[in-house]
Design a protein around this ligand. Structure first.
Ligand SMILES: N[C@@H](CCC(=O)NCCCC(=O)O)C(=O)O
Length: 257
């Protein structure tokens, strides 16, 4: 049986009546069916009650990217600039979900907004517009390039910590990645260790120190180019292996009951 992989949804208004929907990009469904080797399960932004009910039935969790941003009230940050997209229904679902998954040991891969949620859920904070900070790069989606090219293109290199599995998966210390974000880690949560940095010092990869299971976050989007990029594919394959191991242990626990 393939492992069941929860995929976080955003709340977005669209359709004939422009009413709220719970949605996730097809990129996450495809990567779970592909190199992760699992069965995707879309998780609605149903609030904190979701975690205790769904996590015992999942073998892994992907926190997805999104144009929306974590509400600053969750990290005592300043209010967003007018017009900055937020999704508080998603925040109220993912932040407790992340904490519960880490406590249980459910494998977790947090991507872009998901990595920002991981940092906030564990007590960190965010810079809201990195490009406005002195000495920092513009990590956001270039407006003069077609989105597909931005998603599958490489925007900058990141330097990986030479000790650790992410460096092993990359096979080198500097790897090129795409970049589609305005926000980033300001204060790293106490339980997170940085595993990779952009040239301007922006944290690009983290892991949860002493987590019982796989618990990584990446600021870039490996789900867009895993079919071309071996490093991206290996991240998902490794995450999938952790989910298979969790699934086998979960079934063994049920069998022993
Ligand atoms: N909104 C946050 C997180 C950025 C993010 O997840 N980007 C993915 C956008 C989806 C896409 O266009 O592919 C930030 O701006 O930092």
């Amino acid at each position: 049986m393939r492992p069941l992989i929860g995929i976080s949804c955003c709340v977005k208004a669209f359709g004939a009546f422009n009413t709220p929907n719970h949605a996730a990009s097809d990129s996450y469904v495809r990567v779970v069916l592909g190199p992760v080797g699992g069965i995707p399960v879309l998780l609605p932004a149903a609030g904190e009650a979701l975690a205790p009910e769904i996590l015992p039935r999942l073998d892994g969790l992907i926190l997805t990217g999104s144009r929306s941003n974590v509400w600053p009230g969750h990290y005592d940050g300043p209010a967003h600039a007018e017009g900055t997209p937020e999704d508080q229904q998603r925040d109220s679902t993912t932040l407790p979900l992340i904490r519960a998954a880490i406590q249980m040991g459910v494998p977790l891969l947090a991507i872009c907004r998901g990595m920002q949620e991981l940092n906030v859920a564990l007590g960190g904070s965010l810079d809201q517009r990195i490009q406005d900070l002195p000495g920092r790069m513009d990590h956001s989606t270039p407006s003069d390039q077609p989105i597909p090219a931005v998603r599958t293109g490489k925007a900058h290199g990141i330097r990986l910590a030479t000790q650790g599995l992410l460096h092993e998966l990359a096979g080198e210390t500097i790897v090129p990645v795409n970049s589609l974000h305005n926000q980033g880690v300001q204060k790293l949560a106490p339980r997170l260790d940085a595993m990779g940095w952009a040239p301007d010092g922006t944290v690009e990869a983290v892991k949860v120190r002493d987590a019982p299971g796989f618990a990584w976050g990446v600021q870039w989007h490996p789900e867009y180019d895993w079919e071309r990029d071996a490093f991206s594919r290996r991240i998902f394959e490794h995450f999938g292996g952790a989910c298979v191991a969790w699934s086998q242990a979960r079934y063994a626990r049920h069998a022993a009951e």
